[in-house]
Design a protein around this ligand. Structure first.
Ligand code: CMX
Length: 436
């Protein structure tokens, strides 16, 4: 099978011509409408952007290029990146070529470490990761090529070069941040020939006698790799990239969105909530105690982290996949047990609370089931990765795969600069005949 670059070289003209023909034939047909509620409500459900890398079905969860996530969960993250970009899983030769290509690019420039070392000791690890990606902007082939006058139809090539450099270095940078930020000793180098998951596990430096932490990291990187185009991080990366800011700027912007507590930071908050519950009740709580604490949390105006989703309306299959891993490898771990008990109790609590909200004239909670973040922290905790503030960095290393695949695809398709029309609230009132 051809390499990643050769596969894209062959497919991109075909995709361009199919999309060009579609837009030419049906450019003025309507595919979505916008209600007042959507305009004021985060554009939820408005179909106004294209993302071919993955699809989130409300009742099925993440599907990557036609493959339901759980059917490809044990692949290498590098294979998932190939799939996201090209629509095909690589064969052994293409996988080995991509691996060798990433190995060649794996060196992190020395100035990145110098910048990280100069940052305040208590910087949030997400700020450190984001700073490292942004400071590497001077490596950008996209910017160099753009300045040299590269043709629009070739934008994707230097964008892919940048994407590969970011992917080849992200786990090393992230692991280096962990060891620096939490005083874990000297950095551990990237090992050529190992996949990104195994490498990341090794570079974090946590004990892994049976190799199952490496399995978890592979699972973790695959599960968080992509989630359509409209989520905050992907959408932000896309918007910034649409201005032809290079991938370093665009990914760094996306990471800033991922750092929000309603998005990627939720996984830091999830385990925090589980541990709080355990501390309050002196160990693994009973279902009755969980119910009590869940209501206490909600009534104090907080969300229960790890539950609910903007699109999904069932238990997130990523949660199910992590839970299966936990049952296999750490069934007796008290933190994992608590997560499992919370899963028995919280959906029902949220349903009841949602009914109370509706009775009080508020929005219902659209999805009372766990999302990806509800269980992942307990698994990391089991392997000794107990620094909650670091968890979003893991999410980021993974989500960069999806953000970058989308970015390269958009440069290949020549997607225009993002510029929706905003309107004033007075215009909306006038438009719908609202008199107040
Ligand atoms: N606990 C308490 N209230 C919740 C809730 C939860 N877990 N999930 C939703 N709600 C509330 C919302 O805050 C919203 O309240 P207001 O109308 O008063 O603002 C109401 O229910 C309706 O929200 P929704 O339509 O069900 O969900 P949204 O699309 O607005 O929000 C999400 C989705 C994920 C932000 C929300 O479910 C939430 O805050 N969950 C907890 C945080 C979390 O786990 N985030 C991680 C999501 C995965 C990711 O993107 O990384």
């Amino acid at each position: 099978m051809a390499t990643l670059q050769e596969t894209l070289e062959a497919k991109i003209p075909q995709w361009r011509s199919e999309i060009g023909a579609l837009v030419k034939a049906h450019g003025d047909d309507v595919i979505s409408q916008v209600t007042v509620k959507q305009a004021f409500g985060g554009m939820r459900g408005v179909k106004a952007m294209i993302c071919d890398t993955s699809l989130v079905e409300p009742d099925k969860g993440l599907i990557i290029r036609g493959h339901p996530l759980l059917t490809i969960k044990d692949k290498w993250p590098e294979e998932i990146f190939f799939l996201l970009l090209t629509g095909e899983l690589p064969d052994a030769a293409a996988k080995a070529a991509l691996q060798a290509d990433l190995d060649k690019r794996a060196e992190v420039p020395a100035y990145v470490w110098a910048v990280l070392e100069a940052m305040p000791k208590d910087s949030h690890p997400m700020v450190m990761l984001d700073t490292a990606i942004l400071v590497m902007e001077c490596e950008s082939e996209f910017r160099r090529s753009y300045d040299a006058g590269v043709k629009k139809e070739d934008y994707w090539k230097p964008a892919l070069e940048d994407a590969l450099k970011i992917i080849a270095t992200s786990a090393t940078i992230a692991a280096g941040i962990y060891r620096m930020r939490y005083d874990k000793g000297p950095r551990i180098d990237w090992t050529p020939g190992l996949d990104q998951g195994a490498n990341y596990a090794k570079m974090l430096g946590l004990p892994d006698p049976k190799g199952t932490f490496a399995d978890l990291m592979r699972l973790y990187l695959n599960f968080h790799s992509d989630h359509e185009g409209g989520n905050v991080s992907a959408n932000t990366c896309h918007t910034v990239g649409s201005a032809l800011s290079d991938p370093y700027y665009a990914v760094s912007a996306g990471l800033n969105g991922l750092a929000g507590p309603l998005h990627g930071l939720a996984n830091q908050e999830c385990l925090g909530w589980i541990i709080e519950t355990m501390e309050k009740f002196g160990g693994v709580p009973s279902e009755k105690q969980i119910r009590e604490y869940a209501f206490e949390t909600l009534r104090s105006g907080k969300v229960i982290p790890g539950y609910g989703h903007a699109v999904l309306r069932v238990t997130d299959p990523r949660f199910a996949g992590f839970n299966e891993f936990g049952r296999k490898h750490m069934a007796d771990d008290p933190v994992f047990k608590t997560v499992d008990l919370v899963f028995n109790v919280v959906p029902k609590v949220l349903e009841e609370y949602s009914a109370e909200r509706v009775a009080a004239g508020k929005n219902p909670i659209a999805n009372c089931w766990p999302n990806v973040d509800a269980g992942s922290g307990a698994l990391l905790h089991h392997y000794g990765l107990k620094e909650f503030a670091y968890y979003t960095v893991l999410f980021s290393v993974s989500r960069m795969l999806g953000m970058l695949a989308q970015l390269v695809w958009n440069r290949a398709m020549g997607t225009a600069i993002t510029r929706p029309k905003s309107v004033q609230s007075s215009w909306v009132a006038q438009q719908v005949g609202f008199k107040g």
